[in-house]
Design a protein around this ligand. Sequence first.
Ligand SMILES: Nc1ncnc2c1ncn2[C@@H]1O[C@H](COP(=O)(O)OP(=O)(O)OP(=O)(O)O)[C@@H](O)[C@H]1O
Length: 279
Amino acid sequence: MVHCVSSSTPFSGMAIRIPVTKSVNPFSKRLGSAHRRCFRTSCSYSCFEVKDVHYRPPGTQLNLLRGVSFSLPEKSFGLIFGQSGSGKTTLLQLLAGLNEPTAGSICIQRYNSSGDPDGPSKPLASVKVGIVFQFPERYFIADSVLDEITFGWPRQRGSVQLNEQLALKLERAFNWVGLDRFSLGKDPQSLSGGYKRRLALANQLIEVPDLLVLDEPLAGLDWKARADVVKLLKHLKREVTILVVSHDLRELAPLVDRSWRMEMGGHLREESLPTLTLL
Ligand SMILES: Nc1ncnc2c1ncn2[C@@H]1O[C@H](COP(=O)(O)OP(=O)(O)OP(=O)(O)O)[C@@H](O)[C@H]1O
């Protein structure tokens, strides 16, 4: 197994002081915060848009996704739910660029203050999508939080300016996920379940994604860690657009701006969360 080497990291031993910022979301819950802000102040905004996406794995005749279309305004929280095997993870993999749609498009569209498209849409670049899979802590490979987060960063000494930029990105990501008070030398496996998830999220936030995709972010956590992650996601949606696939509708419901049901056979339709007592 490849192991992350810490001693050559230009950030080893670096003390990072991270200010904690707090803000309150004053608006109603149906639309994303950026969308709501724009509604009040008449500014332009971006929308992540999936149009008529189909997917058939190479070498098969199986259509796993059929005409999936939906949109999510920036800094909103979208939730996809539905039966096991309906195609939710398959869709997330397409959004993250791990597979190519057989047909259809995945793009970002900018809208002007009147709500009209502001120029042509742009394809969503996979490098601008952060994805956290189920049980991300199973894939931790380093002995320290710093090594885990800087795995894959340039090993050679870069310019002071580049190192400062990377340190600032690290600082911002740790601030966002509330890891700012943790020692960077701590073993990731010694963190609590909720903080392991925070670390996995921080990894995807170093470069701020246009879209952050999370597959079952609460799976396998105890009640306290689940509450911890929900609180974190509530904070994070002020910073990034988040799309979640989950069966944990009750806990995530307060965060949700838009929701869709994936039906067996890969059809997606917009639907409010079902009656929570039945979940
Ligand atoms: N490469 C593939 N070739 C053939 N079938 C596949 C392939 N990938 C996934 N499938 C099938 O596609 C269906 C959808 O799988 P997917 O994992 O997307 O469902 P899901 O809704 O995420 O389920 P769960 O909630 O259990 O995670 C499943 O029946 C799965 O077996």
